[in-house]
Unconditional design. Sequence first.
Length: 367
Amino acid sequence: MKLAIVCDDLIQKGGAEKVVEEFSDMFPDSPIYTSVASKEWQSKFKKKNRVVKTSFLQKFPFSVRLNRYYSPFLLHALAFQSFDFSDFDVVLSSSSRFAHFVLTKPDTKHFCYMHSPGRMFWEPFDYFENENFGALRPFKPLSGKFLRSSLSYLRMIDFEASKKVDFFIANSKVSQARIKKYYGRDSQIIHPFIDYGKFEKVKPEEGKYFLVLTRLVSWKRVDVAIKACKDLGFKLKIIGVGPDLGRLKSISDSSVDFLGYVSEDRKIEEIRKCKALIITQKEDFGIVPLEAMACGKPVVALGKGGVLETVVPGKTGEFFEEQNFLSLENVLKNFDPFGYSAKDCKEQARKFDRKIFDMEIKKAINV
């Protein structure tokens, strides 16, 4: 059986990219097709003797930096439809935007692991409010108006592309609901994963601080955790980098410690020594809560989105109801880290081990 892997792009280092990397480890002889790939990702796969095939967008000026801004011009749709999969029996795509747009012959099965239908198309008001626009931030108002003008057509072609997928796999109940609402399609849920083996021998220590671990962008609302911990006099450590760093530092005091980017080993060390991990944003799923529980630590999270499928309130963490500091304070001021068993946290995280993910994916695509 010949299988091809397809993904939106290979630029960032997030959950979607981890899924693609896992697909490649599961099927090492399968080429990876994508719109644009950074030199770092190309080098990483080259070291593993994996083949990465990029589209014509790779040749565009500043293709990596400006990749997402080509979307309204339908260039991504054309890029993925330009790939030839006539020699493949199975196409396995990982999509949150355009990867599922690929065209396959009738006897080639297309399985799509859908992180979410394109938020730019289907939930534009939230998307444009949360989007930082990077280098083009000064043009955000103009860009937003221009991009919205093309959304009706993008939704139409996205819906048409969804009809050509043979089988959808959703990464969470949140994504499953979107697939049903926007595409009218059923899907099977297979949650993303952690490599539990890396955490199995990690032993938690008594914590002296709360921890936030995320990309520092405005919509993540890290300011909620800063304000709550300042008001209650709790020590807070923040791991992550991003465009919201300056603003967050301006509202912090000596009780807040910004650690920036840290190594994987340092990350695990900080997690295992914290009181609890704080999650202030709604995510479709979210890997970080699993990593915290795998280290034997509870999670205090906004009770919306993917954490509802991973965190067990009263056993492996707690939820706060509203995305504001008062709601978080109400939980933190009564939070007792000794009320949560490290064993319970680790056992919950073990349910999302990569071995389970691999087994469920192979079963879903019949290999």
